[in-house]
Design a protein around this ligand. Structure first.
Ligand code: NM2
Ligand code: OGA
Ligand code: ZN
Length: 383
């Protein structure tokens, strides 16, 4: 392989665009302002941290490409006027970043996920051994990829010690403290402020839709489990939303466009939000679901929208309780389940008064987990 692999065969300009012809026959057309804005020179981005040193208004509105040529290292040199500014781009950078050859990337989108349903885990649920993620970054990376792709994993052999859930979080990101504490005890209480703290069954839900921003990851660590029942149920909320879209585009649209109020109150708390049950990105791809029938506040909708909302809401609620979408298992003592709370709905079956069931829960956020995933992935790629 030659040192400077030639993969741009021709450079030219047409109007306000740079035209690149690639050796695989592809052609890119890049708007002059985009190119000037993405200048990689040390006067444009800090050489140490890569942060941009100017704002878009610093680029003259009348910017145009005056000259374009390759230097002796085959980098692409572009001279912009009226600044008389030279930008040098590597061919690799241009190919990796130019907007017409690279699809918009959104690691939260349904497009980046492996959607699943009841029979998707015939080879077994995504179990990971706790000690392994602590000792081996490659296994930690695999676990983080499971969060990204299927939305959850179950850690096994987590020491059955109170507070351990916070040690698990510190392996992956940062604890998200809420009114429920840095961690919370999920067990039967007298006079609970939340139905989670009873032996009742809980329907499929995401946690804390009444909080904005919502905690994006939930962990539940099983310390004691000797009751009848109390099984865990998970549903892929993105899959459920795609089923709704297939069955009724109209109902799907209604839920993405109807923002509902959620609320949680106790004597020292009053949390309120107004959010859609299904949230889309700018490409109409599902990026978040929120659902918790226990916490929906008074529904305020315009008169001409209330009937279609109830039709869509009923349809959605019916889909997320379908057996064909559910996986059901029982957390054993020492198991810890970690779930993407923007995607995966969880539920539990009712449990007996006899015996004991004690989970410790806590929240963290996806930003920290994805950041670690990206760092570990880059480290793995660079050997
Ligand atoms: N707890 C367990 O979001 C919810 O209200 C579900 C949350 C109380 C922190 C329960
Ligand atoms: C919760 C919850 C599930 C369980 O605490 O948010 O949904 O298994 N608990 O008790
Ligand atoms: Zn919950």
């Amino acid at each position: 392989m030659s040192k400077h692999k030639e993969f741009i065969t021709k450079l030219s300009t047409i109007g306000d665009e740079l035209v690149i012809e690639w050796d695989d026959g592809k052609k890119s057309r890049i708007f002059s302002h985009w190119l000037r804005d993405h200048c990689q020179m040390p006067t444009s981005v800090n050489a140490n941290n890569g942060q941009r040193l100017f704002s878009v208004v610093d680029i003259p509105e009348e910017t145009y490409i005056d000259q374009v040529y390759k230097d002796e290292k085959c980098n692409v040199c572009v001279v912009f006027q009226p600044e008389n500014h030279l930008s040098v781009f590597s061919q690799e950078w241009l190919r990796k970043n130019c907007y017409d050859q690279n699809l918009q990337f959104d690691d939260r989108s349904e497009k980046q996920k492996h959607l699943w349903q009841k029979y998707s885990f015939e080879d077994g649920l995504p179990f990971v051994n706790y000690e392994d993620i602590c000792k081996d970054d490659n296994i930690k990376l695999d676990a983080l990829r499971m969060v990204r792709d299927v939305g959850f994993f179950i850690l096994e052999n987590v020491p059955i010690i109170e507070g351990q859930v916070l040690n698990v979080i510190s392996e992956l990101g940062y604890t998200r403290e809420t009114n429920y504490g840095t961690l919370f005890e999920v067990r039967t209480e007298i006079n609970p402020n939340n139905l989670a703290y009873t032996n009742m069954g809980l329907g499929s839900h995401t946690d804390n839709p009444y909080r904005d921003p919502v905690p994006t990851v939930q962990l539940l660590h099983c310390l004691e489990s000797s009751t009848e029942g109390g099984d865990s149920v998970l549903v892929d909320g993105f899959k459920a939303a795609t089923v709704l879209r297939q069955e009724s585009e109209e109902d799907f649209d209604t839920l993405t466009r109807s923002w509902v109020n959620y609320r949680f109150t106790d004597p020292s708390t009053d949390l309120r939000s107004r959010v859609p049950m299904i949230e889309l990105n700018d490409n109409n791809e599902i990026v978040k679901v929120r659902y918790n029938n226990r916490s929906i506040d008074t529904i305020h909708l315009p008169d001409n929208k209330v009937r279609s909302f109830y039709k869509a809401y009923r349809h959605w609620s019916e889909i997320i309780e379908r057996d064909s979408l559910k996986i059901i298992f029982k957390l054993s003592e020492g198991d810890l389940m970690l779930i993407d709370n923007t995607r995966i709905m969880h539920a539990r079956t009712a449990f007996s008064k006899e015996g004991k069931r004690h989970l410790q829960g806590a929240y963290t956020d996806l930003d920290g987990l994805y950041s670690l995933l990206n760092v570990l992935e880059a480290r793995q790629q660079n050997g």
